[in-house]
Design a protein around this ligand. Structure first.
Ligand SMILES: C[S@@+](CC[C@H](N)C(=O)[O-])C[C@H]1O[C@@H](n2cnc3c(N)ncnc32)[C@H](O)[C@@H]1O
Length: 345
């Protein structure tokens, strides 16, 4: 009997351990799930499962620094508790210590591949999104990191798919493209992803391809292919109102876009133009959803003041809606810090 069958791969701690590993959560978090899975210790069966379900499937080139840190901590913890470390783990750790040929070329531009697994109530990992992103939030372009607001926006979309299904959805400041991939999953009729930063857009396109979504690709039978996705360079400062009216979206989304006071007048102008385009029927007026961490209350109040002057109605939905927790294993994701706002004219 395989070790993970013996221990029950579908057991919640095992599922969480694998999902946390794939999402490149801090090694201590992955190991705490592994301990829970092993009934309090890092048994050989647990190690075998880590080897077969996590390490042997990883990509040393794209996940090398994480694998090295994870294995080092795992091996130390097993040795300290007097356990026997599997040979495969020692051998793989040794291979992580050999520098990769193009290590030097990537300095200052390092990207990692992480997988965000949305765990649905039946405990299966139904939606797995692969994302090439910066090693950490301080490295590389702002839009190449996965920000917590986009995790919350993704959970919001998966919790209320009816708000987005068969709708034309337009995102501002799309970053890595996670929200767009979730919109595609819930069958938005059209997904328009935008960002003002060219390297972010290039990375976003790589991520769409990693998830079998390419702009305008309707050819495959996979669920993720059914939606038309566009990636557009849209700096808020230079977006013309005529161009914005042409998009005529039903829903506008933005995750973690309220942080730079100098950009806010332009962002509000863009939201206003997208929300105010002429529609035949008032009930069908577009709605914007903005997920945000309020890091600086003055900046946020400035946004609210600009929105009011543009005759936009901003409602805090955070306490009014129940967004499902599809990411219970992401312990580094500070869910309560995120607020969800609805904006309309
Ligand atoms: C903090 S990141 C959030 C990215 C993504 N929405 C997420 O939550 O993971 C802000 C994003 O807004 C984009 N952005 C910032 N200022 C912008 C501007 N003036 N015009 C267009 N995009 C902008 C950045 O390039 C970046 O992708």
């Amino acid at each position: 009997m395989a070790a993970d069958e013996e221990l029950g791969v579908s057991d919640r701690p095992c599922l969480h351990m694998i999902s946390a590993f794939l999402a490149l959560e801090p090694p201590g978090i992955v190991i705490s799930f592994a301990r829970e899975f092993g009934g309090g210790s890092l048994t050989e069966s647990v190690q075998s499962c880590i080897w077969r379900r996590c390490i042997s499937k990883a990509d040393l080139k794209l996940q090398g620094p994480f694998l090295k840190r994870f294995l080092k901590k795992l091996i130390i913890e097993i040795e300290l508790s007097g356990g026997i470390v599997l040979d495969e783990l020692y051998e793989y750790y040794a291979s992580c210590l050999v520098p990769l040929k193009d290590d030097g070329a990537n300095v200052g531009n390092s990207k990692l591949l992480k997988t965000i697994s949305f765990i649905f109530p039946n405990e299966s990992r139904e939606l797995e999104v692969r994302l090439r992103s910066s090693v950490n939030m301080l490295e590389g372009d702002t839009g190449c990191s996965v920000w917590p607001s986009s995790l919350f926006m993704s959970e919001f979309i998966l919790s209320f798919p009816e708000l987005f299904a068969n709708k034309c959805c337009f995102e501002v400041g799309s970053g890595v493209g996670l929200v767009g991939i979730c919109l595609s999953y819930v069958k938005a009729s059209k997904v328009i992803l935008t960002d003002g930063d060219l390297s972010t857009l290039a990375n976003m396109k790589v991520n769409l391809e990693l998830n079998h979504l390419t702009t305008g690709d309707h050819t495959s039978g996979s669920r993720l292919h059914d939606t038309k996705v566009q990636c557009i360079c849209l700096p808020w400062e230079s977006a013309s109102e005529d161009d914005l009216h042409c998009f005529a979206p039903d829903v506008i989304l933005g995750a973690d876009v309220i942080y730079d006071p100098s950009c806010l007048p332009h962002l509000v102008r863009v939201l206003s133009a997208l929300l105010k385009h002429e529609r035949l029927c008032r009930e069908k007026r577009p709605i914007a959803y903005i997920a945000s961490v309020i890091r600086n209350i003055e900046t946020f109040n400035y946004f609210l003041g600009l929105a009011e002057r543009a005759n936009l109605v901003v409602t805090d939905l955070t306490e009014m809606i129940k967004v499902s927790n599809f990411l219970p294993y992401l312990r580094s994701y500070d869910r309560p810090s995120i607020k969800m706002f609805r904006i309309h004219v």
